[in-house]
Design a protein around this ligand. Structure first.
Ligand SMILES: *Cc1c(COP(=O)(O)O)cnc(C)c1O
Length: 408
């Protein structure tokens, strides 16, 4: 067997949607993007959804709208993909990293300690598709609102820190019975090729701001900002007699094209009925197998009315160091099963090291990383492949453990 890590899910319906866009005479932002935005609104109960060309650009857009700048701080977990931090740097602010909990997600008590009058936003990350503890995060944001020091009218109207959830992994997950997408002020899904729903590259920004903000008006503003600050999109402008436009913001150019939205439309119609349930079945099959192994720490599928979107299967191996984990991955790879590690904590990466972040300040992030192995999880996997992966991982772990006992 040869098992890739995360091939995209493409079926006939998806191909038909793409062909439909290609044949329609309109391939960039237009009706298919609108339809995808509406589908995601229905799916998540978010008041408005704006699609852009990536999670990263969506996060930059929101931080620019909030008006963060030099000296401002945005709190993130040390355990995430680099884009979470890079979007803050691109918006001109400083990422403040904090340590995590045993469930891989940002620790609310560490957020609390990191809040200063310079804190403008928090970006919790739903690692692997498991939602963060948003009730605690909202409570501490309220508690600390006396510290908040607004520097423009948007921040004044909000009167507190903005909560932007990095929901890159968690479309389809629920937190205490509610869907991700409408849990925080802003949630951003990634629609990158490896994510649960994809448009090859893309992002979906869910707008859920409280009054006095109007999410429809905000949608219109951000949509314009995402297309060079131009008052008419190319689709509207292409209609006869509709040529004149204005530029009203120093906008970005991050709109999603229709031909890519078509892939997402083909996927989202099958997501709740086929793609997500299959991911969940595989996750549960892995858990059943690894719960029987005394060396395994299986990830959380559900707890307290929260359910994972099963984006990653983040298995941890008890009592091993980084070297042993790497040896286990080598053995698994020799059997042609592609596995991964999610994530290298940001302070281990050169850029962040050079910026002065030190892994010693994030002991839990390092502990979660050093013995973590992400197993393949996607709807195309067959039951016998899941069994083969379980056997392969189990043999590799037991081989490396025996080897180490002999050496000791
Ligand atoms: C994939 C990912 C991103 C970035 O998504 P893009 O759409 O590629 O910009 C951000 N955060 C996390 C946690 C991710 O896994």
């Amino acid at each position: 067997m040869n098992i890739p890590f995360s091939p995209p899910y493409i079926n006939e319906q998806i191909k038909q949607e793409v062909l439909d866009s290609l044949d329609s005479g309109w391939i960039t932002t237009g009706p298919k993007v609108k339809k995808l935005e509406n589908e995601i609104e229905l799916f998540t109960n978010a008041p408005r959804v704006l699609c852009v060309n990536s999670w990263t650009s969506g996060s930059i857009l929101i931080l620019k709208w909030l008006g963060v700048g030099e000296g401002d701080e945005v709190i993130i977990p040390a355990y995430t993909y680099a884009a979470t931090a890079l979007s803050i740097i691109h918006a001109g602010a400083i990422p403040i990293m904090v340590d995590i909990n045993n469930d891989f997600n940002i620790s609310a008590s560490n957020i609390k300690k990191a809040i200063t009058p310079k804190t403008k936003a928090i970006i919790p990350v739903d690692i692997a598709g498991w939602p963060c503890d948003y009730d605690s995060i909202h409570e501490l944001v309220r508690e600390k609102s006396n510290l908040f020091s607004p520097s423009n009218t948007i921040q004044e109207q909000l009167g507190r820190i903005l909560v932007i959830s990095d929901a890159a992994h968690s479309i389809g997950a629920t937190y205490k019975g509610k869907d991700t997408g409408a849990l925080t002020d802003i949630s951003i899904f990634s629609l990158h090729a490896v994510k649960n729903i994809t448009t090859a590259e893309g992002g979906a920004i869910c707008l859920n701001l409280p009054a006095p903000f109007n999410n429809d008006e905000l949608y219109a503003t951000l949509r314009c900002y995402a297309l060079n600050g131009q008052t008419k999109d190319a689709f509207t402008k292409s209609k006869a007699g509709s040529w004149r436009y204005d530029i009203v913001y120093p906008g970005l150019k991050i709109n999603m094209p229709d031909v890519l939205a078509a892939i997402g439309l083909g996927q989202i119609t099958n997501y709740k009925t086929q793609i997500l349930p299959r991911r969940q079945d595989i996750f549960k099959a892995y858990n059943q197998f690894f719960e029987g192994k005394d060396w395994a720490i299986p990830p959380i599928y559900s707890m307290n009315k929260s359910i994972s979107s099963c984006h990653l299967y983040a298995l941890r191996i008890k009592d091993i160091e980084e070297v042993q984990r790497d040896q286990i991955i080598d053995l698994i790879s020799q059997k042609n099963v592609a596995v991964n590690v999610h994530f290298q904590p940001l302070p281990l990466l050169s850029l962040f090291k050079e910026m002065g972040y030190d892994i010693k300040d994030f002991p839990l992030a390092f502990n979660q990383y050093k013995n973590e192995i992400s197993l393949p999880i996607y709807p195309q996997l067959k039951d016998e492949e899941v069994k083969y992966i379980c056997q392969t991982v189990s043999e590799a772990v037991e081989n490396v453990m025996t080897l180490n006992t002999i050496k000791a």
